[in-house]
Design a protein around this ligand. Structure first.
Ligand code: RB5
Length: 149
């Protein structure tokens, strides 16, 4: 199950992405926001990143105006690998090389069509493992050494 959330800067794209997920039969849970009142992105980023970090949700989608704030928040959570992507290449690499379990999008950066396209590419891509797994292991070790893992 995919967890999805945005702030007010990402709600329009979130609604578009949800329609695309529905169209593909991909199950998701929407953690908000549910209107375009101004909110603080850390509150909603933490909801999605927390569920992924605790293993309650397998993957997440976060959207704010630029995607920057949401990615900063999400990457504070142990085990979360959140990738802010802007194009087809970074969306594919986010999964193939980084096994990103959260994709982050900029609602004020991407068109609805492009946002949906990038989510689809990330969702369908497969982690390549091998040398990339070794690098993810190093990230996990850093988290452990910092007392976060
Ligand atoms: C909200 O205005 C905006 O700052 C937020 O959506 C995001 O872009 C932060 O990184």
């Amino acid at each position: 199950m995919i967890a999805i959330a945005s702030d007010h800067g990402g709600i329009e794209l979130k609604e578009a992405v949800k329609r695309c997920l529905d169209g593909r039969g991909i199950a998701f849970h929407d953690f908000g926001v549910f209107n375009d009142d101004s909110v603080d992105y850390p509150d909603f980023g933490a909801l999605v990143a927390g569920t992924v970090s605790r293993g309650e949700m397998t993957q997440g989608i976060l959207i704010c105006g630029t995607g920057i704030g949401m990615s900063i928040v999400a990457n504070k959570f142990p085990g979360v690998r959140a990738a802010l992507v802007h194009d087809e290449f970074t969306a594919r690499m986010a999964k193939e090389h980084n096994d990103a379990n959260i994709i982050v999008l900029g609602g004020r950066v991407l068109s609805p069509e492009m946002g949906c396209r990038l989510v689809g590419i990330w969702f369908d891509a497969v982690f390549e493992e091998g040398r990339h797994q070794k690098r993810l292991d190093k990230i996990a070790l850093i988290e452990k050494e910092l007392g976060q893992g």
